[in-house]
Design a protein around this ligand. Structure first.
Ligand code: HEC
Length: 126
């Protein structure tokens, strides 16, 4: 009788531990899932500063990468033009028409102007 009782207690404890463990595991899983989801959350054009053609430029540039790569930069129109060349030559962006290039440069140069002294983009150094 005693042995049976002990077995029942052990079994109950084991079950309890297993339940706690699986609960913790599934909690960790769902946390990881929602984090991954947040990372994949589509960005809105409003992460870019207001301006003419903001949405167009946003959607063109974020086809391939997050907006942060663009937002981190500040350039003159000429240097933004260099960034566009770089996207075309190195990263497979389709060569934009003259109108599209001007439209993008108008927006980028206004929305992301040079950040002042001390900042330079190593990829665009002459
Ligand atoms: C066809 C795909 C594509 C398009 C469209 C594109 N890019 Fe990129 N871009 C890339 C890739 C690939 C990288 C490298 C990403 C990385 O390093 O993680 C990159 C990197 C960058 C960088 C960082 C470069 C550096 O020197 O650190 C900037 C700035 C940038 N892109 C700006 C733009 C802007 C502005 C546009 C819109 C006019 C644009 N990109 C559109 C593919 C693209």
């Amino acid at each position: 009788m005693r042995v049976v009782l002990r077995l029942v207690v052990v079994a109950a404890l084991a079950c309890g531990a297993a339940t706690v463990f699986t609960q913790a595991q599934s909690q960790a899983q769902s946390q990881a899932q929602s984090q991954a989801q947040a990372e994949r959350e589509p960005e809105e054009p409003t992460v870019f500063p207001d301006g003419e053609n903001r949405d167009e430029v946003f959607y063109i540039c974020t086809t391939c990468h997050g907006s942060a790569l663009v937002r981190a930069q500040g350039h003159s129109r000429e240097r933004w033009s260099g960034v566009l060349d770089f996207m075309v030559e190195r990263h497979g962006m389709p060569e934009p028409s003259k109108e599209d290039r001007d439209m993008m440069l108008d927006y980028l140069a206004k929305a992301f102007p040079p950040k002042g002294r001390g900042y330079s983009n190593p990829f665009l150094k002459q």
